[in-house]
Ligand binder design. Structure first.
Ligand code: ADP
Length: 217
């Protein structure tokens, strides 16, 4: 199973990915999580990405494409769900080249649709685990123990790029550079849009029912 998940920052991509991973045993390839790991390790890539990320801009395509091609080549036989990539039409074209070179295809492209106002509210309450990348919301999706990750007990943080000014810039970046990727995939045989402001359980059910349909291969 190979899935591309599209949607604005805060649309709930990470939460949906977790459902897909639990159901299909695929790898979660999140460009944002991989970049944050690179930064935590203070790698050259991490350093190069830092200023773009903290100001809500996209990291240059060539860096991201190489990083994600590496992740795809190492993905498990079960497949993967791409989260946060591709984010520009150029990245989508490069992804197609990578898939062709590996003789694999995407089974479904799922786009989460949501209003900007809902996103701003969600991001204000969003908390993340710096260790495993799990995402919570102080009221909509709280952890079992306040301030602690359910998976590993780590102290939850507010991501530096979740402050309202940077969120606004990320939304501008999304509308200008990533929305065209939705157009790019609309002609894909298995392209689906899902309203993501309907509660996590309904979103999960909608996504899983789409993926249950017979896949290309
Ligand atoms: P979001 O919640 O906005 O989807 P991510 O965790 O996916 O956040 O990404 C955080 C930041 O990492 C982005 O704002 C951007 O700077 C950088 N980034 C992630 N994926 C990409 C990509 N495919 N292309 C360019 N930059 C990226």
């Amino acid at each position: 199973m190979r899935v591309v998940l599209l949607g604005a920052p805060g649309a709930g991509k990470g939460t949906v990915c977790k459902s897909i991973v639990d159901e299909y045993g695929v790898d979660h390839l999140s460009s944002g999580d991989i970049l944050r790991k690179e930064r935590a390790e203070n790698s050259e890539l991490g350093q190069q990405a830092q200023n773009y990320m903290d100001s809500g801009q996209l990291v240059p395509d060539d860096l991201i494409v190489a990083m994600m091609a590496g992740a795809i080549s190492k993905a498990s036989e079960a497949g993967f769900v791409l989260d946060g990539f591709p984010r520009t039409v150029n990245q989508a074209e490069k992804l197609d080249e990578t898939l062709n070179a590996n003789g694999i295809e995407i089974d479904a492209v799922v786009c989460l649709v949501i209003e900007d106002e809902v996103i701003l509210e969600r991001m204000a309450g969003r908390r993340s685990c710096p260790q495993c990348g799990a995402v919570y919301h102080v009221t909509n999706l709280p952890p079992k123990v306040e301030g602690k990750c359910d998976n590993d007990g780590a102290e939850l943080i507010q991501r530096p790029d979740d402050n309202p000014e940077v969120v606004k810039q990320r939304l501008v970046t999304y509308h200008e550079q990533t929305k065209p990727v939705v157009g790019y995939y609309k002609s894909h045989g298995r392209f689906y849009e899902i309203e993501s402001d309907q509660g996590p359980d309904n979103v999960r059910a909608a996504v899983l029912s789409i993926l249950e349909e017979p896949v290309n291969k």
